[in-house]
Design a protein around this ligand. Structure first.
Ligand code: PLP
Length: 376
């Protein structure tokens, strides 16, 4: 019986370790009297783009708004269809709807849990305008195939990088593959604000300019009350930008810490027949490990066992999006998504954060082994 409390996320420990810098940055921003679109937002945008090897970053109010802005800036809107995965956080699809377009689901690959390019190709219609892959759990989607399909059918690609900060696909950071990419800085994310925040990155100047306008009510560049298009109030505030800029200095080190924890899990859970570990890094493809997700037998039983032993865990995601009440009117047939159906029943995420110790990983792994002892 484990008596130690091991949470799924441990935001407090990380916050405490850089508290003085965060307090100073936030207070400076507060007292600057320039709370929106000031020098701190600009600095964070430059630094985040540079970190990812991208040309432009446009900071905004959340990951959800980043997806919406990116789609709108890429020219996706009313009458268009966007192909995406049903095995993701709901903001992926709500943002498509808010852009004015309709989403269409493609099933996932059973090994990576990411959108399956073969099913994308089956779902293309005359209305298809874009593909919206999600790098789920921080594991990069199959970008070579997605880009090949996009080129063949003349589609835009917008990456949902809400969970993939600093994850690489073939030695290039995710976010650099399509027209634009959306990042979330929700507090629990690998780079988390102290509130809501997000960003679009792009290597296309026209798209960057459009994103800047859309996040700022659709304002014409350099004009006070002239609007070339409709946008909304989707800016990031200066206090969040200041906080994120402090945290950005630690992101590489924190990501390495997550990778090390993942390696420990791989060591301790290598020979548990009921547990399938997430795919390994290969060919320059690295993971950000937003969460460490196992595919297991008797998932709900394991979840209860871990909870009873003070070990945090969560299911990302127990209900495929097409089964959500908000989408019941779409009458989508679950039978069309066999891999999503199984994944929703078998995945479980266990604690992973840079400060997690080897002792903690061993305790968690031992409890997992204990649960499956004497089970087939
Ligand atoms: C895959 C995915 N997409 C989009 C979002 C939306 O981000 P936010 O919560 O910052 O709006 C999240 C995060 O919550 C996410 O995990």
């Amino acid at each position: 019986m484990n008596t130690k409390n091991i949470p799924l996320f441990n935001l407090k420990q990380q916050h405490e370790s850089i508290k003085e810098d965060l307090n100073k940055a936030a207070l400076d921003a507060l007292n600057s009297m320039q709370w929106l679109l000031g020098p701190r937002t600009k600095a964070f945008e430059e630094n985040f783009a540079k970190t990812l090897g991208a040309k432009y970053c446009v900071a905004c109010s959340s990951g959800a708004s980043a997806i919406q802005i990116a789609l709108m800036a890429a020219g996706v809107g009313r009458g268009d269809e966007v192909i995406t995965t049903p095995f993701t956080f709901v903001a992926t699809t709500t943002s498509v709807t808010l852009s004015g377009a309709d989403f269409v689901f493609a099933d996932i690959d059973p090994l990576t849990f990411n959108i399956d390019p073969k099913d994308i190709e089956r779902k293309i219609t005359k209305k298809t305008k874009a593909i919206l892959p999600v790098h789920l759990y921080g594991f990069p989607a199959d970008m070579d195939e997605i880009l090949r399909i996009a080129k063949k059918y003349n589609l835009k690609v917008i990456e949902d990088c809400a969970q993939s900060h600093l994850a690489m696909y073939k030695n290039i950071y995710t976010g650099n593959f399509g027209e634009a990419a959306a990042f979330s800085f929700y507090p629990s994310k690998n780079l988390g604000a102290c509130g809501d925040a997000g960003a679009v990155i792009t290597n296309n100047k026209d798209i960057a300019d459009l994103c800047q306008s859309i996040r700022h009510s659709g304002r014409s560049a350099g004009k006070a009350y002239e609007y070339d298009r409709e946008g909304s109030t989707l800016r990031m505030d200066e206090i969040q930008a200041a906080i994120l800029d402090v945290k950005l200095n630690h992101l590489k080190k924190w990501t390495e810490g997550r990778v090390q924890v993942a390696q420990m899990y791989r060591k301790y859970l290598a020979e548990v027949p009921q547990v399938i570990l997430p795919p390994c890094e290969q060919n320059g493809t690295t993971q950000s490990y937003y969460v460490f997700t196992l595919r297991v037998k008797d998932r709900d039983g394991l979840s209860e066992h871990l909870k009873a032993n003070n070990i945090g865990n969560a299911i990302y995601y127990p209900v495929p999006l097409y089964k959500q009440p908000c989408y019941s009117h779409l009458n989508i047939n679950p039978g069309d998504f066999p891999h999503t159906e199984i994944a929703a029943k078998e995945v479980i995420s266990v604690p992973i954060f840079p400060e997690l110790t080897e002792e903690d990983v061993k305790i968690i792994s031992d409890e997992i082994k204990e649960f499956y002892k004497n089970k087939r």
